[in-house]
Design a protein around this ligand. Structure first.
Ligand SMILES: [Mn+2]
Length: 340
């Protein structure tokens, strides 16, 4: 029990090598799928998330050529920064999926153990969900490996601070963050919830105020931008912390733009561009673990949402994939008309 299955549906994440936690070392990234769906009460299909995200990593940005043909020409340039790079992929491994069954308590231990094994190897777990239930055991696995001060970012239209829901009791996708705080896994003063809808349960808002949690509604992000709202919040959460865990619930996106989610996400919400900017910001922080949850491939007929998941995760990996590298150099950025 607790060992990831070697079976992977389709190809691996980013066509990276298959491995077990025992193969990983410090600085590596251990990708693991958790197609958990047991605490869904709205829209089904998140069990298929891991396979869809893996497949989408083969078809992002340059129609896949950036990843399929690492030796393409003389490399690439990000024309917004002038930064040139060539592609390399060392240190990213795919560990397959955690086997999940009908018993929530068994699943909780399996997920905690599998994610903890990656973190104990010194590697960063990158988790492909699955429903938001998985974030409680995944985070406790990271805390098991390194019981330091962990800051926590939740990108989510919901706060997930409920105490209990009638269908599933105390442990589910709508209560996981409250459980992490109440069991002492994370300090609420180090929690940032980013991109919420403006209307929330009063019980949850009272919990936020009592515990000093930072909450940034999507409306403020729309007005002020990602960087201006996220940076100061994470600066505060990370002050004196040892690292950051980020959970990326894609239901934070507007339903009109991000249709393939296992939740009834809001008609308005963050845009894909804003979600990718969050990922790019997260990439600059000392990340100890990341998960992406609530992708429902059956509801994502165009592949837009699985593609967005892949881009977000690859942006988080970009500093690792592209550098430091001996062939990195600086070039010339495209002029920005806003600079005059
Ligand atoms: Mn959510």
């Amino acid at each position: 029990m607790g060992q990831p299955s070697p079976a992977i549906q389709g190809d691996t994440f980013l066509r990276s090598p298959r491995a077990t936690a025992a193969d990983l070392g410090p600085g590596d990234v251990g990708v693991i799928g958790i197609g958990h769906e047991l605490t869904k009460i709205s829209r089904p299909g998140v069990a298929y998330g891991p396979a869809a995200i893996r497949a989408a990593t083969h078809q992002v940005d340059w129609g896949g050529s950036e990843y399929a043909a690492p030796d393409h020409g003389n490399g690439f340039v990000d024309i917004t920064t002038g930064r040139s790079f060539v592609y390399h992929r060392e240190g990213v491994y795919d560990l397959g999926d955690v086997l999940v069954g009908p018993d929530l308590n068994v699943n909780r231990e399996r997920i905690r153990e599998a994610v903890g094994a990656i973190a104990k190897a010194g590697a960063m777990p990158m988790i492909l969900g699955g429903d938001h239930y998985l974030t409680h055991p995944a985070t406790t696995g990271v805390v098991d490996a390194d019981p330091g001060k962990l800051a926590f970012l939740s990108l989510d239209m919901h706060m997930d601070l409920g105490n209990k829901v009638p269908e599933f009791g105390t442990h589910n996708g709508g209560t996981y963050l409250r459980r992490l705080i109440e069991d002492g896994s994370i300090d609420p003063a180090r929690v940032v919830i980013f991109g919420t809808e403006p209307t929330v349960f009063r019980e949850e808002w009272e919990f936020v105020q009592k515990h000093g949690i930072q909450v940034i509604p999507a409306k403020y992000v729309a007005t002020h931008g990602v960087e201006a709202t996220l940076k100061p919040a994470l600066d505060k959460a990370l002050d004196g912390a040892d690292g950051l865990y980020a959970t990326l619930d894609i239901d934070v996106g507007a339903r009109s733009l991000v249709p393939g989610t296992g939740n009834q996400n809001g008609v308005i919400g963050l845009t894909p561009q804003q979600m990718v900017e969050v990922a790019e910001h997260v990439a600059t922080r000392p990340l100890k673990g990341v998960d992406i949850v609530e992708l429902s491939p059956p509801l994502d007929q165009s592949g837009a949402t699985s593609g967005l998941c892949a881009v977000m995760l690859l942006r988080i990996l970009r500093p690792r994939l592209y550098g430091p590298h001996p062939t990195l150099f600086s070039g010339t950025a495209a002029p920005n008309p806003a600079d005059g």
